[in-house]
Design a protein around this ligand. Structure first.
Ligand SMILES: O=C(O)CCC(=O)C(=O)O
Ligand SMILES: [Fe+2]
Length: 216
C-alpha cells in the first residue's frame, strides 16, 4: 500500500474532478461538452481580441486540404480563420492558454495520449456560412487526436441563430446526430479521427477558437 502511494506521488498530480469527467466522457462516448469552461469575462476578452484581429484584416478565408495543398471551397466551409501563436500571445490569449495547458498536461499524465503538439485558430463564420460534414483528419493530418472548440459568442446567443455543431455518432451502423449550440464559454472536445461533424448555417456572426491536440 505504501509503495503504491509512492508511485502515485511520482505522477505529481492532483485529481481534478472536471478533467476526470471530460476523460470519462471521451472514453465512453468520444466527446465531451463543458459549459462555462471559460467565464463570461474571459469570453468577452477573447472575443474582443478576435474581433480586433479581424478588423485589422488578419484573418484569411479558411481552406480545405493541408497547408501545402490548400483549396478554398465556399461550398464546403465559409469561415475565416487566424492561427494563434502562443509564443507571442497577448494578455487575453494568455487567459486561453493558461486554462487549456493544464488540461493538456493532465491528459498526458493520466491518459498517456502522447500529445506533443497543439494548434489553435480563431474562427469567424459570417452570416450565412457553414462547414459541411467532415472528419478533422481530412486536412491530411493524421496526428490530430482530439479536436477542441471554444465558443466566444455573445451572452445572448439564441438557438435560433443556427450555427449548431452537429456531431454524428455512428451507433450500430446508424447515424445518431448530436446537436450542440455554440453558447459562450462552452468547450467541446471530441475524437478527431472518429467523429464526423458539421457546422450548420448560421444567421449571424459566429465566433470561436478551434484547435487540435496532436501526437507525433
Ligand atoms: O466550430 C465548430 O463548432 C466546429 C469547427 C470545425 O469543425 C472545424 O474547424 O474543423
Ligand atoms: Fe471540424
Amino acid at each position: 500500500m505504501s509503495e503504491m502511494l509512492e508511485l502515485y506521488d511520482q505522477l505529481e498530480f492532483q485529481e481534478n474532478p472536471l478533467y476526470e469527467r471530460i476523460i470519462t466522457d471521451l472514453v465512453t462516448k468520444q466527446y465531451s461538452i463543458i459549459d462555462d469552461f471559460f467565464n463570461l469575462e474571459e469570453v468577452g476578452k477573447l472575443r474582443a481580441t478576435l474581433l480586433q484581429e479581424y478588423e485589422e484584416d488578419n484573418f484569411k478565408k479558411a481552406a480545405i486540404g493541408n497547408r501545402v495543398n490548400e483549396v478554398i471551397e465556399k461550398s464546403v466551409r465559409g469561415d475565416f480563420i487566424l492561427w494563434l501563436n502562443e509564443a507571442d500571445a497577448g494578455e487575453n490569449e494568455k487567459i486561453f492558454f493558461n486554462k487549456i495547458n493544464p488540461f493538456i498536461s493532465y491528459l498526458n499524465k493520466t491518459c498517456f495520449l502522447g500529445i506533443l503538439f497543439k494548434e489553435f485558430h480563431y474562427a469567424l463564420y459570417p452570416t450565412g456560412t457553414f462547414y459541411k460534414r467532415h472528419l478533422d483528419t481530412f486536412q491530411n493530418d493524421d496526428r490530430r487526436k482530439l479536436s477542441l472548440v471554444c465558443y466566444l459568442n455573445n451572452e445572448d446567443w439564441k438557438p435560433e441563430n443556427g450555427g449548431e455543431l452537429v456531431i454524428y455518432k455512428n451507433e450500430a451502423g446508424i447515424d445518431n446526430p448530436i446537436t450542440i449550440y455554440p453558447f459562450p464559454g462552452r468547450v467541446v472536445v471530441f475524437e478527431s479521427q472518429i467523429l464526423e461533424h458539421e457546422v450548420k448555417p448560421v444567421n449571424t456572426m459566429r465566433l470561436s477558437i478551434t484547435g487540435w491536440l496532436k501526437t507525433r
